[in-house]
Each structure stands twice: as structure tokens, then as C-alpha cells.
Design a protein around this ligand. Structure first.
Ligand code: ATP
Ligand code: MG
Length: 564
């Protein structure tokens, strides 16, 4: 994988440097990426992946674990586990032998819970969920002790055993840590450690009907695996005292350091698995890998490259305060990566036919074209030219506005890699007034190297030969949301009210230059003057489908918009 990243030290890497120089953890660095398998990964997760796996790569004695945080049996699916693995690999990272499931530690969690009970640090509470909430107090008022708080160790052990055996209903009781109901941090007011769920688990089946809470399972999983730096997002800052309390109160020989960083937020983008799931389930998009989705599978199908995502994550860095990144920055890195990687081809998306009246019928010429001027090693190809060609409808105007340098009656333009042509006549449909075809003449002495080749004409157009072209469907994507902050909604409405109804436009009669052989999904191209496109996975032997990954910046659109 390309690696032109210049590592700037951030506050996390500074902490690690200090730990290494003081030989903390014997100089070892062990990180983890702990997704909950309840959805597909999105670009925000890429930030956490690049951070955790990136640190492991940079520190020679470092390794990064991939751990599925599958302690909640209700929401998890095998499909998600497979997609997460694929996405991490796609980004270019390798967990090696460190693939784990938190559910593998269910016995350990249970034993540590018993240890807490035996030491008088945890108790079974029979308050109802509503009562627990009521007893918890508020940020400004202390909570009240549960009436069950002073149960004896024996009683708690017996009740916990019966909880495990399935003798109680969901919600009838929970195991709680015994900390301090007046603690200024609400997370420390006797938080629940275990709850009853009569639900089978995708890996442990019906063995358990009690499942550990996130805060209890996460710190123990980290410690069991010998994680040194447990890096998470800022929402967990208030949970850190609990992370530390649990590890300080059980006999586990490892105490990772939790460090929080700001999560990625992007303009025009929703980064929440729950909301993305809603878009999928309600059919606003075609699936988790719809190319408009900010999921890694979506942007991969769209044609974004892993290098672009990694460079983006490097550039945004990590900080301790939340902020929103402009999605244009991500797009910048995508264009940068594809500019070098994508071969150029000519494709006409909304074709109008040109007949070159003075060009011999039946004749074909082949012109040389560079595959990619940015990459001299990419070689050249031959492009077929004949009497009938297609150009873009928008490259002809009957009444050209000022500064419009494309084709118009009586005007000349250059055809890229070919001749200069002049428009003689536009034939219109009598009823609709639509342009049916254009009649032009060509100047045979204007090929590259010929005497009149240097003649100045202002516009250069892409084109394809009618009889040589191949048909394709092209899917154009616009932003999925119309507002830079999709959560900015009118009262009573949610983010879905900001969905862009025009985020997908399908063009069914596009014409592509021939010779693109053995195309496979994911192959990327630059369609000259238009943007970057990639072969979609819906492509079949009889039907070629492209996604627009991203447009080139369109100078004419800008002129028209700003009037400059
Ligand atoms: P979501 O909020 O989208 O549902 P999550 O935090 O519930 O995401 P997890 O599967 O728990 O999803 O996330 C795995 C890891 O990825 C966690 O360490 C989490 O902090 C990190 N992560 C999730 N979203 C972001 C984000 N937007 N920016 C950076 N890191 C993130
Ligand atoms: Mg989560």
C-alpha cells in the first residue's frame, strides 16, 4: 500500500512515547478496535481503525486486536461480523492472530462478578428499571440507596446463581456495583453490571440468560487481552472512573489506560449505525453498500480508495474536542488518489449525434491517446474515429451565452485527440424542438502534427464514435442529505426530512469508448472532463454499469452559478 503519510505526533502518541520512555508495560504497545457487530462500519470507524492499527504499526512492538464486542445478544448478526473483517482488511490493516470475541470471556466476566460480590462490592437489586432511574438522582442531586443494597454476601451469591439459572424474568433483578449513590459522576452511582435477557446469543446459544453491561465487559476484555492503551471516543470520558474502579476492585493483573479522542463528524453525513440501519430498513437507500452511504462498503462500491481514506484520516488527526470536518476534504483525497490511479477514457453520458458530412462513409481512423498523462508509465491506446460520433448534449448550444466556448452553429471546436470540426446545422424535432442531430464538417489538416494542428480553437470536447461505442448505464450520485448538518430539522421532524430526493440519477443510454476489456467491479476510470467513475457490482456480462465516484470540478457550472 502506498504510504506517503507524514506522521505528526498527536496527544495520544505523545502519551505512548512517555510510557515507552518510562518502560511502562515493559515498553509494549497493544491497542484494539472493538466494534459492536450491529451494523456496517462507517467512515467514523475508519478514523478509529486508522488510529488503533496505525499506532500498532508505528510502534515496532505494537499489535492491534480486532475484538467483536458481542455482549448484547439482541442486535448482533453474523453478516455484520464478516463485513467488518472485510472493511478492516480493505483499509489495509491486519489483526494477525489477534481476533477476539468478547463473548469468549463470558465465563471470566461471571467469575469477576462473583469476586465483586464476595468482597461486598456488588449486590443484587430488585428495584424495577423505573425505580432504579428514580433512585439514581440527577446531576445536581445525589441519589438514594437501594433498599436491597445491604443484602449479605451469601444472599447475593445465591440470587446471582439463580439469575444465571434462569429463575427470574427479565427486569426482575440486576447485579449492581456497590460504589456511592451520592457520587458526583452519575455513572458511579451503583451502576448495573449484569442484566437478565432470555435471548440466545449468536455464539454461546442458550448457555447464558444473564449478559454483562458494556462498562463491565469492556474494561475486563481489555485487561484480559493485555491491552496497554484503550482508545475510545469522548462520550466515554465520564465512564473512565468506572472503567478504573472495576479493574481496581478485581484481581486482574492488568490495568489498561483509557484515552478518549473526538469522534469524526462530517458535513452532509450521518454517522450513526442506528440511523444508517433505519435508512436501509426503510428503503431510502438500496442497502448498507449503497454508494451514497458513508459506510466503508458504500464508499468502496462508489470507488473511493483505501489510500484516500487513510490519507484523510491522517490529515484530520486526533484531538480532544469535537468538531465537524467538511466532507469536501474527504473528496479532495479521493480526487488526489484517483488522479494518479485512474486511466482516462472518453464517455458520453447524454449523447447527441453528430454527422460529419465531408468525412468518407465507412472509413475508420485510429488515433493515439495517452492512458493517463499523470502516470507516464501507463502507456497509450488507439481510439476509433468515424463519420458519426456522439458528443454531450450540453456541449452544444443553439444560442451560446457569453464565455461558452463549446459547439454552436458556425463555431469550431476541437475533438479531443482528433480533428477540428465546425457546426453547420442543427436538426430539431419539429414537435418538441429538441436537437435530434448536428451536421458538421471537419478540417482534415488539423490532426496533431499536421500544419493546421496548432490553429487556436477555444473548446475541446470529448466524443465517441457511434459505431464503435459501447452502451452503459451510469449512476450519478449527489449528497444524500441536503443540509450540511442533517440533524438540523424543523420541529417534529428528524434527519430523514433532510434526505435529498435527487441524490441518485440513472442515465441509461450512455456511450463509452470501446476497448475497455475484462472490466470488473471496482475498476476506476476518469471519464474525460466529467469525473471519476467505477464499475458497479451490479454489472453483468450484458450490462455495463458505472458509478460516478466524484465529479471533476466543473468550471462552466461555476461560471454559470457565480456569473463570473
Ligand atoms: P455508532 O455511534 O455509529 O453506532 P458506535 O460507537 O456504537 O458507533 P462501535 O461498534 O461501538 O460503534 O464502535 C467501535 C469503535 O469505533 C469504538 O471504539 C468507537 O469509539 C469508534 N467510533 C465509532 N464511531 C466513531 C466516529 N464517528 N469517529 C471515531 N470513532 C468512532
Ligand atoms: Mg457502541
Amino acid at each position: 500500500m502506498e504510504d506517503n503519510r507524514e506522521k505528526r505526533k498527536d496527544f495520544i502518541r505523545n502519551i505512548i512515547d512517555i510510557d515507552i520512555s518510562s518502560n511502562k508495560n515493559n515498553g509494549k504497545v497493544e491497542t484494539r478496535f472493538p466494534p459492536e457487530p450491529n451494523g456496517y462500519l462507517h467512515i467514523g470507524h475508519a478514523k478509529a481503525i486508522c488510529l488503533n492499527f496505525g499506532i500498532a504499526e508505528e510502534y515496532k512492538r505494537g499489535e492491534c486486536h480486532l475484538r467483536f464486542d458481542d455482549t448484547n445478544p439482541e442486535k448482533e448478526e453474523v453478516e455484520y461480523i464478516e463485513s467488518i473483517k472485510e472493511d478492516v482488511k480493505w483499509l489495509g490493516f491486519d489483526w494477525g492472530k489477534h481476533l477476539y470475541f468478547a463473548s469468549d470471556y463470558f465465563n471470566k466476566f461471571y467469575e469477576y462478578a462473583i469476586e465483586l460480590i464476595k468482597n461486598g462490592k456488588a449486590y443484587i437489586c430488585n428495584l424495577s428499571p423505573d425505580e432504579i432511574k428514580e433512585y439514581r438522582g440527577t446531576p445536581t442531586e445525589p441519589g438514594k440507596n437501594s433498599p436491597y443494597r445491604d443484602r449479605t454476601v451469601e444472599e447475593n451469591l445465591e440470587l446471582f446463581e439463580r439469575m444465571k439459572k434462569g429463575e427470574f424474568k427479565e427486569g426482575e433483578c440486576v447485579l449492581r456495583a456497590k460504589i456511592d449513590m451520592a457520587h458526583p459522576n452519575i455513572n458511579m452511582r451503583d451502576p448495573a453490571l449484569y442484566r437478565i435477557k432470555h435471548v440466545s446469543h449468536h455464539r454461546t446459544g442458550d448457555k447464558w440468560c444473564i449478559y454483562p453491561m458494556y462498562d463491565f465487559a469492556h474494561c475486563i476484555s481489555d485487561a484480559v487481552e493485555g491491552i496497554t492503551h484503550s482508545i475510545c471516543t469522548l462520550e466515554f470520558e465520564d465512564h473512565r472512573p468506572l472503567y478504573d474502579w472495576i479493574l481496581d476492585n478485581i484481581s486482574i493483573g492488568c490495568h489498561p489506560q483509557q484515552i478518549e479522542f473526538a469522534r469524526l463528524e462530517l458535513t452532509y453525513t450521518i454517522l450513526s449505525k442506528r440511523k444508517l440501519l433505519q435508512l436501509v430498513q426503510e428503503g431510502h437507500v438500496s442497502g448498507w453498500d449503497d454508494p451514497r452511504m458513508p459506510t466503508l462498503s458504500g464508499i468502496r462500491r462508489r470507488g473511493y480508495t483505501p489510500g484516500a481514506v487513510r490519507n484523510f484520516c491522517d490529515r484530520i488527526g486526533v484531538a480532544k474536542t469535537n468538531s465537524t470536518v467538511d466532507v469536501a476534504l474527504l473528496e479532495y483525497f479521493v480526487r488526489e488518489a484517483l488522479n494518479f490511479a485512474a486511466p482516462r477514457v472518453m464517455a458520453v453520458l447524454r449523447p447527441v449525434k453528430i454527422i460529419i458530412d465531408n468525412y468518407p462513409e465507412g472509413k475508420t481512423e485510429y488515433f493515439d491517446a495517452e492512458n493517463n498523462p499523470e502516470d507516464k508509465s501507463s502507456g497509450t491506446r488507439k481510439i476509433s474515429f468515424s463519420r458519426e460520433i456522439y458528443i454531450e448534449q450540453e456541449d452544444f448550444r443553439e444560442d451560446p451565452p457569453k464565455k461558452y466556448f463549446r459547439l454552436a452553429p458556425g463555431r469550431e471546436v476541437r475533438l479531443k485527440h482528433a480533428y477540428i470540426i465546425k457546426c453547420e446545422k442543427a436538426i430539431k424535432d419539429e414537435k418538441t424542438g429538441e436537437i435530434k442531430e448536428l451536421h458538421c464538417t471537419y478540417d482534415p489538416e488539423t490532426l496533431s502534427g499536421m500544419p493546421k494542428a496548432e490553429r487556436k480553437v477555444k473548446g475541446t470536447l470529448h466524443w465517441v464514435s457511434v459505431k464503435h461505442s459501447i452502451d452503459a448505464e451510469v449512476r450519478l450520485y449527489d449528497r444524500l442529505f441536503m443540509k450540511d448538518n442533517p440533524e438540523d430539522t424543523q420541529e417534529g421532524k428528524d434527519f430523514r426530512s433532510n434526505l435529498n430526493p435527487n441524490s441518485l440519477e440513472v442515465l441509461k443510454s450512455c456511450k463509452i469508448e470501446p476497448g475497455l476489456e475484462k472490466l470488473k467491479p471496482g475498476d476506476t476510470f476518469q471519464f474525460l472532463r466529467q469525473g471519476y467513475f467505477c464499475v458497479d457490482s451490479d454489472t453483468t456480462d450484458n450490462k455495463l454499469i458505472f458509478n460516478r465516484t466524484i465529479s471533476l470540478r466543473d468550471t462552466w457550472a461555476k461560471i454559470e452559478k457565480t456569473g463570473k
